[in-house]
Design a protein around this ligand. Sequence first.
Ligand SMILES: Nc1nc2c(ncn2[C@@H]2O[C@H](COP(=O)(O)OP(=O)(O)OP(=O)(O)O)[C@@H](O)[C@H]2O)c(=O)[nH]1
Ligand SMILES: [Mg+2]
Length: 259
Amino acid sequence: MNILAPVRRDRVLAELPQCLRKEAALHVHKDFHPRVTCACQKHRTGTVGFKISKIIVVGDLSVGKTCLINRFCKDTFDKNYKATIGVDFEMERFEVLGIPFSLQLWDTAGQERFKCIASTYYRGAQAIIVVFSLNDVASLEHTKQWLADALKENDPSSVLLFLVGSKKDLSTPAQYALMEKDALQVAQEMKAEYWAVSSLTGENVREFFFRVAALTFEANVLAELEKSGARRIGDIVRINSDDSNLYLTASKKKPTCCP
Ligand SMILES: Nc1nc2c(ncn2[C@@H]2O[C@H](COP(=O)(O)OP(=O)(O)OP(=O)(O)O)[C@@H](O)[C@H]2O)c(=O)[nH]1
Ligand SMILES: [Mg+2]
């Protein structure tokens, strides 16, 4: 997909999408961080509008990683299983608070024999999506190992984590409630945000990816503001021949839009 193609109208985010469950959310604020909203209004988001954020999707074989990405990116669903060999990726362009923002969704193989190829693509992720099947308790148990492997290649302090239960359509409400209890606990231990989706019916798929895009965008803008703040305070060195001090540090004033 051409990343310069116009953003689809249904990829425009004007508000912060809400979490699914407050007990396992990355944050529960109703709106974007005020500094982020303000920076976007003033179009002072630095390089964020030109960046592509890498998101990796990991989890056991056949839990539905490819179907999840295909439901969101292509609005299709294939009931036949075709194993992913190594990795695949899709690009998705969004517009968040008026700023263009792109996600590169990396779909990795769950099959053991392809795992070592797939793991070479883990590096540099801004978010990790660990998928398990809501009707397969073993796949939930394996999520911790998938996360540990993905974190080896990434900075655990800055990467955003999501735990996604797939195939929600296959559970009765009672079965789902039981599984959700365990999944929420795992999500809390991982410090991940929990979602439950169905790629067959489309339930929560769009809401989930919008949340991923919004939180990744927010984290990117905050990091950018922090970087530009640091530059403003310490890094700018001006040479002024009229001054006895050759080195003047730049103004320590905060950007006006920051509360
Ligand atoms: N009923 C139902 N079936 C699903 C759903 N998502 C995926 N499936 C089925 O589960 C099987 C595996 O889906 P994939 O998306 O290929 O699984 P995967 O995680 O990408 O598997 P690997 O590429 O081997 O790691 C396919 O037969 C899908 O049709 C869902 O939401 N509901
Ligand atoms: Mg796959």
